[in-house]
Each structure stands twice: as C-alpha cells, then as structure tokens.
Design a protein around this ligand. Structure first.
Ligand code: IPM
Ligand code: MG
Length: 359
C-alpha cells in the first residue's frame, strides 16, 4: 500500500526518537512491500521559534492531508508557561484531528520487571490498556482569570465539561478493546464528588449494558485506583477514564514498566463517515536535560510507529513484527541510559538493532 505520514518531531528529544521511528517505518515498508511517504512539519516550541505559532497553518495543512501523524514531544523550560506555549500546539492538533481517545498500552516485559521501582513479583505479568478521553474535560473547558474581591486576589477557573455523547464514544472504543482482550473493563472516575463523574458513570453503565452485555464493567474511584495500580497492576486490563485522570494515571502506570521511555500511544478519533484519524506519539515528554546526547530511549517512539501501522494503516502483521523486534532487542539485553547505569547503547544504536532484528 501507499501511505502519507506527517512527521512532527517537536522539541527536546523529540527529533532524535522520531528519527528512529521513521527509519524503522521505512525499513518495514521496504521489507513488506509498502511505500510510505513522509512529510515533516513544525510543532510546539520549534514552531514558536520559527513562526511564533505552536501549530502553524502550514502544519495544519500537512496533517490534514496525511493518512496518519507521527509526533515526537513538545515543550521545555525555554518557552515557559506564558500566553503562547508549546503544549497548545499538541492540544490544538488533538482538537483539529478530533482524536478523542488516547490509547496507552502498558506492558511489563519479563526481562525488565527487575528494573521497576515496584517489586518485580507485583509488576510481572502487567498488561494494561489505558483509554484516556482526550478532547474534553478540564483541558478544553472554558478558562478564565479575573480579579476577585480585594482579599481573594486573582481567581482562575478551568471548567470541567463532559457531554453524554463525548463519554459514550470513548467508552464504546474502550469496550471494543475489552471485547477483543479479556472482556473486563474498568472505568475510573470521582463520582463521589464530581457531577461530570456521575454522568460518566451513568453513561458508561448504560453503554456497556445496552451495547456490550458480554463485558464485565467495574467502576473505581480515581484516588483508590491510583493506589490499586501500584498494589495489584495485574488485576486490571482495559481502563477507561476522563482526560485529566488519564494524564496522571498513565504517567503513574509507566513507572511500573521501568521507564516512561518505553511506552507508546495512539490518539484515535472515528469521524462521522467512519474514517479513523490517528496521531501517534511516545508518552514521554521532551526531556530537554538529555536532548541531543543520544541518551533518549526510542522504544516508545518505535512502538508508536507500530500502533500507527496497526490502527491507521490496518497492517497488523507488520505492526506485530515491529513490536516483536523492539521487545526482542530489549529481551536480548540492549539497554538505553534510562534503563541502566553502565553499558548503555545510544539512541541510534538501539534503533539500528531493532531494524536489524526486523530484517
Ligand atoms: C500527555 C502530555 C500532554 C497532556 C501535555 C504535553 C500537554 O502530558 O500527552 O500526557 O497533558 O496531555
Ligand atoms: Mg501526560
């Protein structure tokens, strides 16, 4: 097949890990007879430096005409938290593409279980699939800052808003994954306090009861789930939750695996006509402290490329081969600097090992 892939490397370690993901896709295309065309564009801090805008018009055009988007990371202390921020580029992109579900697989490889700060006997066998709502909640609700009374000073608001339709569509996607996996779905909310969470719970219960009666649904409060995730991560399979809870819980879940550098993500949206829009990125940030030193772990970016092959291009066989190659290199003992104190392989060396293994 032919596919056009937009490449938005972004900031910090974004470019170096994205390079490895692109080289891997190129190799996979050559081996399996597919032609991938790559079109690069600026996002985040790099785009602010070049144009003053974290999501320039030219970048919007590139992603709109692509079959899928590969992204590195955005942000860094250089750009601060002022009115124009790199993160706005990423949030704008999620909104533009309508990618309302962020899928984050969290798998603990047997070979890496000892590297987890949580006891190996607890994390071994962990295989979670987080589905985080991505275009609603406090991230996208009305924001304001106004002068309060004299003793209050300035008052800031981020409205957390959810509609039934927004909840139902992400729950359907998560329930679909649960059906393909263990048939077990955990929904995480804060229904004892938040109105949005009470609606979340009602809609989730109804969608699963009416449309996925074969699935077992469990509701867990977010504070309790934060604890259970560390205590017994193997007790869960597919986890669906709202935007902010999902942001926090997936960073926490990443710790179980030994390094956040290992984890990929797919941000998916199903348009009204059934077309899938996909944005693929590692879940780690831009790590400006190690940028440009060849220390970054490209596994999260490379596994994101596998998700792109699977979800946007429907190339399941190639996607599995890419995942086996990445896991194979890790199982064979190659470690980037985030996973060991000595004998680390560089970012590009790790990438080369994966490409060799694929062949
Ligand atoms: C993530 C990141 C983003 C988020 C930031 C960079 C805006 O933390 O993808 O999890 O909060 O969604
Ligand atoms: Mg995050």
């Amino acid at each position: 097949m032919k596919a056009r892939i937009a490449v938005l490397a972004g900031d910090g370690i974004g470019p170096e890990v994205t390079n490895e993901a692109v080289a891997l896709l190129q190799r996979a295309g050559d081996l399996y007879g597919h032609h991938f065309e790559f079109e690069t564009a600026a996002i985040g801090g790099a785009a602010i430096d070049a144009t003053g805008d974290p999501l320039p018009t030219a970048t919007r055009a590139v992603v709109q005409r692509a079959d899928a988007v590969l992204l590195g990371a955005v942000g860094g202390p250089k750009w601060g938290t002022g009115a124009v921020r790199p993160e706005q580029g990423l949030l704008g992109l999620r909104a533009l593409l309508g990618t309302y579900a962020n899928v984050r697989p969290v798998t603990v490889l047997p070979a890496l279980a000892e590297l987890s700060p949580v006891r190996a006997d607890r994390v071994r066998g962990t295989d979670l699939l987080f589905v985080r709502e991505l275009t609603g909640g406090a991230y996208f609700g009305a924001k304001s800052r106004e002068q309060g009374t004299r003793d209050q000073g300035v008052v800031a608001t981020d409205a957390m808003v959810y509609s039934e339709a927004e909840i139902a569509r992400v729950v359907r996607l998560a329930a679909g994954f649960a059906r393909e996996r263990s048939g077990q779905l955990t929904s995480v909310d804060k229904a004892n306090v938040l109105e949005t969470s009470r609606l979340w719970r009602e809609v989730t219960t109804r969608v699963v009861r009416d449309e996925y009666p074969d699935i077992t649904l469990e509701h867990v409060l977010v504070d309790s789930f934060a604890m259970l995730l560390i205590q017994r991560p193997t007790a869960y399979d597919v986890v669906v939750t709202e935007n902010l809870f999902g942001d926090i819980l997936t960073d926490e879940a990443a710790v179980l695996t030994g390094s956040i550098g290992l984890l990929p993500s797919a941000s998916l949206g199903v348009a009204a006509d059934g077309a899938v829009r996909g944005l693929y990125e590692p879940i780690h940030g831009s790590a400006p402290d190690i940028a440009g030193q060849g220390k970054a772990n490209p596994a999260g970016a490379m596994l994101s490329a596998a998700l792109l092959l699977r979800h946007s291009l429907g190339l399941e066989r190639v996607a599995s081969a890419v995942e086996s190659a990445v896991f194979g290199v890790l199982n064979a003992g190659a470690r980037t600097a985030d996973l060991c104190s000595e004998g680390a392989v560089s970012t590009s060396e790790f990438g080369r090992l994966v490409r060799e293994r694929l062949a």
